[in-house]
Design a protein around this ligand. Sequence first.
Ligand code: CO8
Length: 283
Amino acid sequence: MTVAQRLVEQSFETLTLAFEESVLTVMIDRPEVLNALSPVVIAELRLVFGELRDALGHATEDAAAEPDWSVRGVLLTGSGAKSFVAGADISAMQHMTPEESRLYSAQTQELTVIIETLAVPVVAAVNGFALGGGCELAMACDYIFASENASFGQPEVGLGLIPGFGGTVRLAQYVGIAAAREMVLTGRRIDAAEALQLGLALRVLPTVDELREAARASLLLAARNSPAAVSSAKQTIREARHLSTDAGLGVELDAFAARFGTPDMVEGTSAFLEKRRPHFSGR
Ligand code: CO8
């Protein structure tokens, strides 16, 4: 059984999963609280992304294992047309002790790292509010598409909190330090047009349906390539991001050279020269 089959057969309390044409859609499904992230949502997201990581990890790290590339991209979205995720569930957080909040934050931060290092692309389709933990979850994805009604913000300081799900780190990576400071210190919400202008959203689509379709199309485009090469490119960009130019080029050099002689590299270059479509095995 593939990881795609295993995941869609499971039932979740707070998520709805769908699988079509190699794209797994993970929908956070708590519309009554605008898809706020409760500890159960975090646990279920960790389960889904953890299973994907384990299945794909075998494909990328263990040369002898049969690669399970059944899932070639993940679309992360919220149910309905009003909210992606309106933040961490405030009622679940209110009575946490510092120790409990540390554990909760560590678990959510770990989830963002699993997403960021997953071997396949993950696209956030932000269909409304992406506030606090919602904005932070979206930023852990490879890129963000948004609908016109989307709004983004880090309103934690208004609750006597600060971002705890990677927001103090990743927002500045997306929008630069001054814009990140302004958003985090004021708690101001920005609309989709401003998110696009700042580089937080990569594309803005008029409706939620068009948004999900565009995110899906982008994932399917990536899925036409060698999965092993896509994975390597994703990890290389992440690894090189904060290095000096020289150190980053060294990381790229190693990853580039490692592709040579692999089945996918042989197939991709042969297919081009033979003027046919490549059939990648993902190795
Ligand atoms: N948590 C719990 N419930 C929520 C949340 C939330 N974050 N957001 C909305 N809801 C609930 C509302 O309480 C309401 O429930 P009810 O119908 O029972 O009253 C329902 O969803 C609908 O919401 P509203 O009636 O408020 O809808 P509006 O359209 O009037 O307003 C807003 C929408 C503007 C999104 C508004 O709901 C709002 O401001 N929500 C809170 C946004 C927020 O502050 N988010 C940040 C939370 S803190 C955070 O995310 C920290 C991240 C770090 C965590 C790291 C792990 C520790």
